[in-house]
Design a protein around this ligand. Structure first.
Ligand code: ATP
Ligand code: MG
Length: 189
């Protein structure tokens, strides 16, 4: 099977993430998309919501799509979860699958700073989408397939800020995610 890997912090998951997965599935002819919430994200400084909660939010976000699933592989160890290690592990565990790594333009631009970037380019082909505010630059050596989607100026950062200001996030995130954020009182100032 051809599997798209949708890595991210998902704090919280939003409709941008879902649209990437859906469009990539169609355009790259993927059999499934696996969401991979990151454990200790190497590129993030701020305090991130508890891993179990983010895992649960992703589960709820994708619940209605039988082709989407979530993997807790990056929570298996204490250390930061590097994409390079994750992909190696997945290829080892599932030698029968072909993996593509899905990514937004903001991540694509800094891909060459990722852990073991050169080796990562050897391991996996990327499926990349444009993102408002980011240039679409393919790092030398990376194999990238373009995935088209409507530009969405939505980010988890903006959603957290809206919640903190008491503003609505309805329709920016799946309804189940919105309710969970309310119930758990996430992102309050
Ligand atoms: P944060 O603001 O906390 O960084 P985020 O919205 O960027 O959150 P992430 O979990 O960091 O979400 O991103 C996971 C992946 O989804 C990354 O590859 C990122 O580039 C991509 N992505 C997220 N939102 C969009 C969007 N609106 N358009 C295109 N790509 C996106
Ligand atoms: Mg981000």
């Amino acid at each position: 099977m051809k599997i798209g890997l949708m890595g991210g912090t998902f704090d919280p998951p939003h409709i941008g993430h879902l649209l990437i997965a859906e469009q990539a599935q169609e355009q790259l002819e993927l059999d499934a998309v696996w969401f991979l919430p990151a454990n200790v994200p190497p590129h993030k400084q701020r305090t991130v919501t508890d891993a179990t909660k983010r895992l649960r939010l992703v589960e709820e976000a994708i619940a209605l799509n039988p082709s989407f699933s979530v993997s807790a592989i990056e929570f298996e160890r204490e250390e930061p979860s590097y994409t390079y290690d994750t992909i190696r592990t997945l290829k080892h565990r599932y030698p029968e699958h072909e993996f593509l790594f899905l990514i937004g333009a903001d991540s694509l631009v800094s891909l060459d700073t990722w852990y073991q970037a050169e080796q990562l380019y050897e391991e996996v082909v990327f499926g990349a989408v444009a993102r408002p505010g980011s240039r679409y630059l393919i790092p030398r050596g990376a194999r990238v397939k373009a995935v088209d989607m409507p530009l969405l100026e939505i980010s988890s950062t903006d959603i957290r800020q809206r919640v903190a200001r008491g503003q609505s996030i309805r329709y920016l995130v799946p309804e189940a995610v919105r309710q969970r954020i309310e119930e758990w009182d996430l992102y309050a100032p």
